[in-house]
Design a binder for this molecule. Structure first.
Ligand SMILES: [Zn+2]
Length: 142
């Protein structure tokens, strides 16, 4: 369980992380401890799907490297960790909310998939509260 092994392996594969482990991983801590946590809890896993079925949750920068957390609804809403170039990591701009799950998540994906030539969410323009409340009746006030 050395950080070095994890560092060298992650560019060749994507890794799967459970929701519980992601919560632990996102807690503040030393970079080395968080990478070590990833090395111990993430397992290799592949996904060949495309956006919006695969969508970015958030990016994290640890020890000078970028890590992107994505989720795939075609893989049972599994979470994947991908190593990305540091300059591509945008930790200040969150992606699709982690708490958007199940029917609400599928509704947003269907909507997004229906937009021609969309290759990424215009995340700042998305009213995530609308989708988080989709189908619950809470969004039909206006
Ligand atoms: Zn997938």
């Amino acid at each position: 369980m050395s950080d070095q092994n994890f560092e060298s392996e992650i560019p060749q594969q994507s890794w799967v992380l459970s929701y519980e482990d992601l919560e632990s991983f996102l807690r503040p801590g030393a970079d080395e401890e968080r990478l070590s946590f990833l090395g111990r809890h993430a397992r290799p896993g592949n996904c060949a799907h495309d956006y919006p079925f695969v969508h970015r949750i958030l990016d994290v920068v640890l020890a000078g490297h970028g890590y992107r957390i994505v989720r795939c609804i075609s893989c049972d809403e599994s979470l994947f960790v991908q190593k990305i170039p540091r300059e591509q990591a945008g930790p200040m701009s969150p992606g699709v909310p982690l708490e958007l799950r199940g029917m609400q998540l599928r509704s947003w994906v269907e909507h997004e998939a229906g937009i021609p030539e969309s290759d990424g969410p215009d995340e700042e323009a998305v009213d995530w509260n609308f989708w988080l409340n989709y189908g619950t009746g809470a969004q039909s006030s206006a």
